[in-house]
Write a protein that binds this ligand. Structure first.
Ligand code: SAM
Length: 245
């Protein structure tokens, strides 16, 4: 039987591709990619000529069956998404389950992931954290989700799209109170930014800036006022210009 490799790809900076990821993509029989055009650019950059098939939300059932049949024939397959680690707020989970059901090995490679990258430099506690990913797009459902999360004491990590930032921060402020938080923007890209403050301060900042690009929201867990877990007092905005290709 073939092996299904879960291969992370960069979240913005091509230099974050690991040597093992390059070698794996080169040597498998084919690559299942969320968006083949996006992955083609990556393959061109690293001079990889492995055939590509698409595997995304809308064809996952039919394509999943085809991929499992290939694994059962002994073909090795790599799964990639557009950016970061497949299956983490990206397609792939069903394929992993199907491969395991078919008694095929699933081999994960470590690599780029926005949530953990953001957490490590956020300054928020890292010993326990709760990755939520995307909240619901629907306001009512989003409120319910945040109500459920409000008791958690660990650092909370969310993914969010720029056009939903204001609404999400407003609801968070309402449900969580004015907790400390950090916004990690454009990680690994040329203009990387960390905005640290309270939810209110970040809301205010976002009102006065055009918030573009990709970001993660990191919010402190539920703490009693006398057990502060976060050290900052004022809004700070730190930009770093990365070496970027
Ligand atoms: N699978 C990816 C991973 O492992 O991080 C996540 C994919 S998810 C569809 C995309 C979301 O991840 C974005 O909306 C944003 O919240 C976050 N993200 C991705 N790249 C990022 C970056 N360079 N900087 C900050 N956040 C990023």
């Amino acid at each position: 039987k073939g092996i299904l490799y879960i291969v992370p790809t960069p979240i913005g900076n091509l230099e974050d591709m690991t040597l093992r990821a390059i070698e794996t993509l080169r040597t498998v029989d084919f690559i299942a990619a969320e968006d083949t055009r996006q992955t083609k650019k990556l393959l061109n950059h690293f001079d990889i000529h492995t055939p590509l098939v698409s595997y995304h939300e809308h064809n996952k059932q039919a394509r999943g069956e085809h991929i499992i049949a290939s694994l059962l024939e002994g073909k090795h397959v790599a799964l990639v998404s557009d950016a970061g680690t497949p299956t983490i707020s990206d397609p792939g989970h069903e394929l992993v389950v199907e491969a395991l059901h078919a008694q095929c090995k699933v081999v994960p490679l470590p690599g780029a992931n926005a949530a953990v990258t953001a957490l490590t430099a956020s300054g928020l506690p890292t010993n326990h954290f709760y990755f939520y990913g995307f909240l619901s797009r629907h306001k009512k459902e989003k409120k319910k989700e945040l109500e459920r999360l409000k008791h958690i004491k660990d650092t909370l990590i969310f993914y969010e799209a720029p056009h939903r930032l204001q609404e999400t921060l407003t609801i968070m402020h309402h449900i969580f109170g004015n907790r400390k938080m950090a916004l990690a923007r454009e990680l690994t890209k040329k203009f990387e930014q960390f905005i640290r403050g309270t939810i209110e301060e970040v809301m205010h900042w976002a009102e006065h800036h055009e918030v573009r690009g990709e970001f993660c929201l990191l919010v402190e867990g539920n703490h009693m006022p006398d057990e502060q877990s976060v050290w900052w007092d004022d809004l700070t905005i730190v930009e770093h210009v990365n070496y970027y290709i």
